[in-house]
Unconditional design. Structure first.
Length: 136
């Protein structure tokens, strides 16, 4: 698996507008994109910090992954995402190394990235996302 950098850190929030205000008004960052990913029942906002992004995630439905996460654990860090050359190749390599997968093949995520998740049962409790711009 060829990880080039941390692509983003995903943070689950109850209210995206309020969270954006905090990141902009308190931390002095600038939101550069807001996007809804309908099939994941989530609305996202992105901030760039050096070469890494912060992705704020607000559920658009209580039965969506972020809605369920917040109901169980509250707001906070949801996942860490690593950039790879090919999400499908990285998922296959992880599975070959005994990692339980949430996604067997990549799917489209925010910003048009190909994404796939590794199950936290196999990643020391950290929900891990693999992302790539293109698939080989």
């Amino acid at each position: 698996m060829n990880i080039s950098h941390i692509e983003h850190i995903g943070i689950a929030v109850e209210n995206l507008d309020e969270a954006i205000k905090y990141y902009e008004n308190v931390l002095g960052m600038k939101c550069y994109s807001i996007e809804e990913v309908v099939d994941q029942k989530v609305k996202t906002a992105f901030f760039l910090v050096g070469d890494t992004k912060i992705e704020l995630l607000e559920s658009t439905s209580p039965d969506g992954p972020i809605g369920k996460y917040i109901a169980k654990k509250g707001q906070g860090i949801h996942h860490i995402a690593f950039a790879v050359n090919s999400t499908n190749t990285a998922l296959k390599q992880a599975e070959e190394r005994g990692v339980e997968l949430i996604d067997k093949v990549s799917r489209k995520g925010a910003e048009g990235l190909n994404i796939g998740f590794l199950h936290p049962k196999s990643t020391l409790g950290v929900l891990t996302e693999l992302c790539s711009k293109n698939e080989n």
